[in-house]
Design a protein around this ligand. Structure first.
Ligand SMILES: [Zn+2]
Length: 445
């Protein structure tokens, strides 16, 4: 049985961030009955609507009543045919309230489809997979209108903030990032072993392991990407799920990244915060909010959930309830992740969406992996859920989201187009024309 550490490491990294981030703000690991460390079962003020700052305001200063609640799921990696097929089949005929098709995103680690001349310990074809079928499914995702993003060819660590063995010489140069990304573009564009999706149609990027350095963003600009979706945003103390940051232009770098830099570094290669990248937009990964006990009946989970999360992950802040907004963190049992059961997983997704609906309606861009919904993946078998239950949760969450009149489930590209179209150009004093002519518009394919 092949050990495929890629997915595990991705989210260990993300949770490491959480670990470091919370150390400064609470002592959850050793206190037991402080207010922050207890879910009293009574309604606290923690999900009151906070006053949003500029980045948390809907684009163009619109009233929240006038903006859609965008939802999307970005599925990374995509190396198993059964689970890519499952989600495509499930979404095929789903419609939003305005009759537009429900569509999501797939960020392809192309090494799962086509091995090249460089060995990777991460992204290689899964044993026994029908690669012609996988290619056809990737093509089908594209032709059915889902967003197709680039997640590199080999799924390497180009930068690792949380590994003490990572040194300055390990940092990917701009050229190395360009090579990894261009190789993935080439596989996607290939019409024989690849799905034949042209480079111009692939305008979004997520970095493996959420590991990045400013060199990455220089490469993304050089390669004319429209957006990145690798930066976590929402660990700020004054953000609580009702006022997360909307997608933003990177002319001023990234506020979310400044928080991450403030958390500190375990690697031997500390970096500066991300610089100015006026042609790029960030569609951030925001935390999900694990629901508190006073919501247990409403959201149909057994009380004590935040306590159980704290038992799994010592740095989990029981008052804030934040967890990295990726399925791995919620589902795996690693000592650094939450091993939620299906009721808890569904409750968390619903509650996180509902906080946005009562707040600033920042798009809910959940990070997921079709590989974790495969019946064939021997490397992802957390005790809390079965693959069937995990699929059921995603389906039920999508049904729930679509029951809300203002929800619209569309691609990252379509959401970005909306944000750009509603952002006054004088907010983007970059010397460019605000980037509204970038390739993101091609998302409406
Ligand atoms: Zn990945």
């Amino acid at each position: 049985m092949k050990l495929r550490p890629s997915d595990i490491l991705i989210f260990l990294l993300s949770t490491s961030l959480l670990a470091v981030g919370c150390k400064g703000s609470n002592n959850a690991s050793d206190a037991s009955n402080t207010p922050k460390d207890t879910d009293t079962g009574e309604e606290p003020d923690s999900d009151d609507v906070l006053t949003p700052d500029e980045l948390a305001t809907p684009p163009g200063g619109q009233n929240v009543e006038d903006v859609p609640q965008f939802v999307s799921i970005g599925f990374d990696d995509n190396g198993f045919t059964d689970s890519v097929g499952w989600i495509l089949d499930y979404l095929k005929d789903k419609k939003n309230h305005d009759d537009s098709p429900v569509r999501v995103n797939f960020f392809m680690a192309t090494g799962y489809l086509h091995k090249d001349d460089i060995n990777s310990q991460y992204a290689v074809p899964n044993p026994g997979e029908d690669l012609n079928l996988l290619r056809d499914l990737w093509k089908r995702a594209y032709t059915e209108g889902h967003g197709i993003g680039n997640h590199t060819q080999h799924h390497f660590h180009g930068y690792d903030q949380w590994d003490s063995s990572f040194t300055p010489k390990d940092i990917f140069t701009v050229a190395k990032w360009e090579d990894e990304i261009t190789r993935a573009h080439n596989v996607l564009a290939d019409t024989e072993y690849g799905p034949g999706i042209e480079k111009l149609e692939v305008v979004g990027f997520r970095t493996p392991f959420l590991g990045y350095h400013d060199n990455l963003f220089k490469a993304l600009e050089n390669l004319n990407f429209a957006y990145d979706c690798s930066i976590e945003d929402g660990w700020q103390e004054d953000q609580n799920g009702t006022n997360f940051t909307w997608p933003y232009n990177m002319i001023n770098g990234s506020e979310g990244d400044k928080v991450i830099v403030d958390f500190g570094f375990e690697s031997k290669a500390p970096r500066d915060t991300i610089g100015s990248h006026p042609t790029l937009w960030e569609m951030p990964v925001s935390p999900v909010i694990i629901p508190p006990d006073y919501r247990a009946q409403e959201y149909d989970f057994t009380p004590g959930l935040r306590k159980r999360c704290h038992d799994e992950v010592k740095y989990f802040d029981m008052k804030q309830g934040k967890a990295t907004g990726l399925d791995y963190n919620l589902l795996e049992k690693s000592g650094d992740t939450y091993n939620l059961n299906k009721d808890e997983y569904l409750a968390t997704l619903k509650y996180t969406l509902d906080l946005r609906l009562k707040g600033n309606k920042a798009p809910f861009l959940f990070g997921a992996h079709t590989d974790f919904y495969s019946e064939k993946n021997p490397d992802f078998t957390p005790p809390g859920t079965t693959w069937q239950e995990r699929r059921e949760v995603i389906e039920k969450f999508i049904e729930y989201a679509l029951s809300k009149p203002s929800v619209k489930i569309v691609t990252f590209e379509d959401i970005l187009k909306y944000v750009k179209d509603h952002t006054p150009s004088d907010n983007l004093d970059s010397g460019t024309d605000s980037g509204t002519d970038s390739g993101a518009d091609s998302g409406s394919k």
